[in-house]
Design a protein around this ligand. Structure first.
Ligand SMILES: Cc1cc2nc3c(=O)[nH]c(=O)nc-3n(C[C@H](O)[C@H](O)[C@H](O)COP(=O)(O)OP(=O)(O)OC[C@H]3O[C@@H](n4cnc5c(N)ncnc54)[C@H](O)[C@@H]3O)c2cc1C
Length: 400
């Protein structure tokens, strides 16, 4: 939508082809229906680092249309915004629907024709150019330039069924294999199951492969029936997936305000001043109640043990649990359940200023189809705005 509107603004006659009955089905789900549409935690250049090694590709488009530009764009389209924790930006109305309507208004204002219910089935190529796209109905649509923005391959119910990947391969592009990003992590053993439904706020979470840290994040997390979920877990999931199969663990720091020595000191004080009490009730002062029986089970400590009988070795186990609760990773949630699909068109084959294909002269890219993904917090929609503006501007200036 951004790319189509921007191309029209540059003077092109534009038609947006969408297989659903209206564009933006996934956008309506974003931010739990509130649409966390960008992030202002960091200036653009530093923000690019949050996209990992491929962030370098993104710098040009991001600095030309950054988070402030996205906020200004939506403000111009009657969507004032507010900033929440960790720089997350939402519309003041808390309605993704309003963001979608603003985009539809942008298209209307710039006379973009929208053809809905049109599923494209193939791209016809002649030498290094797209000649036409063909719909499943057999209808051909002919243009000077084409912008491919079919998204990823997750939440397929919204229309993002990965069609673009197939066309790209047929057109001679390399596609980095689609993989889940920002998704739940499945864990071994029963512990996550015992804690199903328990959510914890603002905790450091880290992933390790054979003892070496591969990712870390701080944020909220949730125990599911078979693993871990929530923003902090989503943020490390891509790195976890890249390191599977293999011995990967996730560690949660349940006592983040104190290091191990201080935690031990606090525990010594607490135990010595509560000698006659049951360990389980004293632990309830340090841990959310539902974690206490899990902790006791993990250390094979009797539920009825008195604080005074806790050994030094047991105290060290408690510190371990508080500072480094470890889960062995069994895998990632299905690609379809991932918030974002990692992988996509290889960035080596795309011009970072214009989003133009280096293989097909009149093909451009925008959004999740690119091999670019970021953490939670509005970083992924910012990819759509920045690359959409870059692709729309370039395609609109060079075609009809
Ligand atoms: C539950 C959920 C919550 C999210 N929350 C956030 C958030 O708060 N903040 C954030 O930054 N990101 C969020 N994201 C990620 C963000 O929604 C996506 O990165 C973004 O929607 C990608 O936009 P896109 O335009 O590239 O692709 P999409 O939004 O997937 O759109 C692609 C469009 O192409 C159409 N299409 C596909 N194939 C064809 C075809 N053959 N013919 C015609 N049309 C076709 C589809 O129907 C679809 O409408 C969330 C994602 C999910 C699933």
């Amino acid at each position: 939508m951004i790319a189509a509107g921007r191309a029209a603004l540059a003077g092109a006659r534009v038609v947006l082809l969408e297989k659903n009955s209206r564009p933006g089905a996934k956008l309506l789900l974003t931010g739990g229906g509130r649409c966390n549409f960008t992030n202002v935690h960091l200036p653009a250049r530093m923000m690019a680092d949050r996209y990992g090694p491929n962030g370098k590709f993104f710098i040009s488009a991001l600095t030309r249309f950054d988070a402030d530009a996205a906020i200004a764009f939506f403000a111009e389209h009657d969507i004032p915004s507010k900033i929440e924790d960790r720089g997350r930006v939402f519309p003041c109305s808390d309605r993704a629907e309003d963001v979608l309507n603003a985009l539809l208004g942008f298209l209307k204002k710039n006379n973009v024709a929208i053809m809905t219910g049109v599923a494209i089935s193939a791209f016809a190529r002649q030498n290094a150019r797209i000649e036409k796209v063909i719909a499943t109905s057999g209808e051909a649509i002919i243009a000077d330039n084409y912008i491919l923005a079919t998204g990823g391959k997750s939440y397929t119910v919204t229309g993002s069924t990965g069609d673009g990947y197939r066309w790209l391969e047929e057109l001679g592009h390399s596609v980095i294999a689609p993989a889940p990003a920002l998704c739940a992590i499945l864990t071994e053993g029963p512990t996550a199951g015992y804690l199903q439904g328990l959510s914890l706020k603002d905790l450091p979470v880290a992933a390790f492969k054979e003892g070496k840290k591969i990712a870390g994040s701080v944020g909220d997390l949730l125990f599911t029936g078979n693993g871990l979920s929530g923003p902090a877990v989503y943020d490390i999931s891509y790195a976890v997936g890249k390191n599977l199969p293999g011995e990967v663990t996730v560690s949660i720091d349940l006592f983040p305000l104190h290091d191990r020595r201080e935690t031990d000191r606090i525990l010594v004080e607490l135990l010595s001043s509560n000698g006659k009490k049951l360990l389980r009730s004293v632990l309830g002062k340090l841990l959310p109640g539902r974690l206490v029986p899990v902790a006791l089970r993990a250390w094979s400590i009797d539920e009825g043990k008195q604080v005074g009988a806790v050994t030094r070795e047991e105290r060290h186990k408690i510190v371990d649990f508080l500072k480094n609760l470890i889960f062995k990773v069994a895998g990632l949630a299905d690609l379809d359940k991932a918030t974002v699909t990692a992988g996509g068109v290889s960035l080596d084959e795309v011009d970072s200023k214009t989003m133009r294909s280096k293989i097909i002269d009149n093909l451009f890219f925008a959004g999740e189809i690119l091999d670019l993904n970021g953490p939670t917090g509005g970083f992924n929609l910012q990819i759509c705005w920045s690359t959409g503006m870059a692709a729309g501007e370039a395609a609109g200036n060079t075609g009809e």
